[in-house]
Design a protein around this ligand. Structure first.
Ligand SMILES: [Ca+2]
Ligand SMILES: [Ca+2]
Length: 267
């Protein structure tokens, strides 16, 4: 090829790349490079990379994380940036390898190449002002509105950055000891104005103790879009294993609906 042809090809390539950059946007291109490892408690490790999720389970892979620096939170409060090390549970160390004590709370840690927001939320007890939504959820599952609970908590905050507050409700009668329900139920719902989104939803005949009691582990913005994702966890009565699920608000543009879907879980 002649030199002139090369120059024309290079110019076409530069114009093409420039057009792609403008078309897909700087923001989107950089979001494709987002890469994060999340530690959720002692049993769950998730990887978020190139907009997709994966889990890290085997010991060899866990070893690759050892002595890496993570931003560590306990019960929504930042503990600091620490080196992590795993031996059946996570241990945290300062740069000079001094051990950092935790209080036995819920641990979330991340190592990321992009900003991650962790919400500092306050959990409150459901009260009479929540009667309408609680009755709605119970009636929706043919349960008596006088059902007793072992968990009835709520968190009120702006989850989707529209300057309106949403409320997350955790309602469950799992692990009841003072009463024996015919049906064991656990629901995690988000009330957003008049919309009710179901996240975790379980209704079972009471056949013993292997029910799962849900709680909100952490609330984080994992993809930096100013909308929070919700980590719902669930503890089993009879097992050490804990179910961890990351819920993300997804838009179905075709049907013009939104719902919370599980982006990744440890099962
Ligand atoms: Ca909102
Ligand atoms: Ca988000």
């Amino acid at each position: 090829m002649r030199k002139g042809t090369y120059i024309v090809l290079i110019v076409i390539l530069i114009v093409f790349l420039g057009a792609m950059y403008l078309l897909f946007g700087k923001d989107n291109i950089s979001k494709d490079r987002y890469s994060t490892t999340f530690i959720i408690g002692d049993k769950t490790i998730w990887n978020y990379s190139s907009r997709s999720w994966g889990t890290l389970q085997n010991y060899k892979n866990i070893g690759e994380i050892n002595w890496k620096k993570f931003t560590v939170y306990e019960d929504n409060k930042k503990l600091g940036n620490y080196l992590v090390w795993y031996d059946d549970k996570w241990y945290f160390f300062t740069d000079s390898k001094e051990a950092v004590m935790t209080n036995g709370g819920k641990i979330l840690a991340y190592n990321s190449n992009h900003p991650i927001k962790v919400a500092d939320f306050k959990e409150e007890v459901v009260d009479s002002s929540d009667k309408d939504i609680v009755d709605f959820v119970l009636s929706d599952h043919d349960l008596s509105t006088s059902s007793k609970f072992t968990v009835s908590k709520k968190i009120t905050m702006d989850l989707d950055n529209d300057e309106e507050q949403e409320t997350i409700y955790c309602l469950s009668n799992a692990f009841a000891t003072e009463f024996i329900p015919d049906t064991v139920f656990s629901y995690v719902v988000v009330k957003d104005g008049t919309n009710v989104y179901y996240l975790y939803e379980s209704t079972e005949d009471n056949k013993g103790t292997n029910s799962c009691r849900p709680f909100i582990h952490h609330i984080i913005d994992v993809n930096n879009d100013n909308k929070y994702e919700i980590i719902v966890s669930c503890g089993y009565y009879s097992a050490e294993q804990q179910l961890d699920m990351l819920y993300q608000l997804e838009e179905d543009k075709e049907n013009n609906t939104t719902s919370y879907k599980i982006a990744i879980s440890n099962q």
